[in-house]
Design a protein around this ligand. Structure first.
Ligand code: HEM
Length: 437
């Protein structure tokens, strides 16, 4: 493509030395990005030096263009740390045809009729959790919901319901190893993996690799067992579906690739789902009328969760893409090698994208296709593969709780947003008082 020479290359951004920008990002990425947005608007550039440049977009048209860009224009980039943990066969690190092939194989067990079986699992996990919530005194729901999130993912992805002794042993071992992996990766680190790799504690350390070994000790035999059992119809879990899945050419996934994808779902799904669940309760206990309607109206519950994800998108940035060649966005041309990401948090507050953005209004999502600027799950070829499962989980847990208990906030005012890893969580842990109905 020949691009007009008159267009400015990168959007404006702070003139601070790259080392200073790098530090500001590493220390307080959200605060730094918000200050840049206040000064430069919906499209700005931060420079980290050593050739690393990041463009953040909260302009509806620009975000749409970035999501629509094909593999010849944008790529996922190298992400070596993720590759070491998740493996070369993870959809998160793949590009091009192989990326599309893996996504196509992952889709059926996470969409459509497969979700009906998952719905029963989720309702079961949710009911057991709500029964444990102490009556009439403040409870940090975040802790309860962490358990729900881990349990839903282990059961949906691996089919580990713990009913027989082997499954219970595998489930406990896998849960512990995944928690260890999270703890090993949780050291404060900037949110852009590439920056983390070069300047943060991102290089896989021994503890991280030991946690991965612990996971593999359970996951690889489980994949082999599902393969030996022929995968498929009897078991609704994603592992069984993946060992049996084939593409249009009759090609399936190797055991290693199934392991990589299963681990990818378990790891990438956890934190955003926990954040979504926590904010669903934090926001809705402050809106009794919404909570009341959720009890009787499933479509409204879905709309309420979507509105929560608009005002509190778990991932404040979508995964960064790297331009493979000069790419025109809006009035600018991003040189090849620039990282570009959608600033979901601010796009969701942009009046050009949502009328009266400060108002909490589930009705926006009733009977209407969500606006293309609603991007809690990203967009384009890399849109979240767990979106439907996540929405189903959030509405099911919400409705199960609303059915059984009355909920009110345990602290006055809105909870602050605390950045943990790459997601926001309610600072008081979604502190509520639940009383049986
Ligand atoms: C409310 C919960 C969730 C939110 C808000 C969320 C958000 C996101 C976002 C923003 C992206 C990046 C999309 C992009 O860059 O365009 C993403 C990608 C992804 N998500 Fe989720 N996610 C959630 C739950 C899940 C769950 C439950 C799973 C797994 C079961 C999952 C698996 C993935 C995977 C594998 C990708 C990478 C897709 C690719 O690169 O092709 N997510 N998610």
């Amino acid at each position: 493509m020949t691009l007009p020479r008159s267009l400015p290359a990168l959007p404006p951004g702070p003139r601070l030395r790259p080392a200073v920008q790098r530090l500001a990002w590493a220390e307080r990425p959200v605060g730094f990005a918000a200050r840049c947005h206040a000064r430069y608007g919906d499209l700005f550039t931060v420079r980290f030096g050593r050739g690393l440049t990041l463009v953040l977009a909260s302009d509806p048209a620009v975000v749409a263009a970035v999501f629509a860009a094909g593999p010849e224009d944008v790529r996922r980039g190298q992400a070596p740390t993720r590759r070491r943990i998740l493996g070369d066969g993870s959809v998160v690190v793949l590009d091009d045809d192989e990326h599309a092939r893996h996504r196509a194989l992952l889709r059926p067990p996470l969409h459509g009729p497969a979700l009906d079986a998952h719905a029963r699992t989720i309702a079961d996990v949710a009911a057991r959790s709500v029964e444990r919530w102490p009556a009439g005194r403040a409870v940090r729901l975040l802790d309860e919901l962490r358990d729900v999130t881990a349990e839903v993912l282990l059961r949906v992805v691996c089919g580990l319901d713990g009913r027989d002794a082997d499954a219970a042993r595998d489930r406990n071992a896998l849960r512990a190893a995944l928690a260890e992996l999270r703890a090993a990766s949780a050291r404060r680190a900037p949110s852009i993996p590439l920056v983390r790799r070069r300047w943060g504690p991102g290089v896989p350390n021994r503890r991280l690799l030991a946690a991965v070994a612990g996971i593999d000790a359970v996951l690889l035999p489980l994949v082999a067992a599902r393969r030996a059992a022929g995968g498929g119809a009897e078991r609704p879990d994603v592992l069984s579906a993946l060992v049996a899945a084939t593409d249009a050419d009759g090609r399936g996934l190797s055991d290693r690739e199934v392991r990589d994808e299963a681990l990818t779902l378990l790891v990438t799904g956890h934190d955003p789902m926990l954040s979504a669940l926590a904010w669903t309760f934090e926001r809705l206990v402050r809106r009794p009328a919404v909570l009341e309607r959720v009890r009787t109206d499933g479509a409204y519950a879905d709309a309420a969760v979507r509105e929560v994800l608009r005002v509190r998108p778990p991932a404040w940035l979508t995964n960064a893409r790297t331009t493979a060649r000069d790419l025109r966005v809006g009035d600018h041309v991003l040189p090849a090698g620039t990282m570009v990401t959608a600033f979901a948090y601010l796009l969701h507050r942009n009046p050009a994208a949502f009328a009266d953005p400060a108002a909490f209004r589930p009705e926006r999502f009733l009977g209407a296709a969500p606006s293309p600027s609603w991007i809690p799950f990203g967009g384009g070829r890399r849109r979240c593969v767990g979106e439907h499962l996540a929405l189903l989980t959030a509405t099911t847990v919400l409705r199960t709780a609303a059915d059984r208990v009355d909920l009110r906030p345990a602290v006055p005012g809105d909870e602050l947003q605390r950045e943990v890893g790459t997601v926001f969580l309610p600072a008081d842990g979604a502190l509520v008082v639940a009383t049986p109905r």
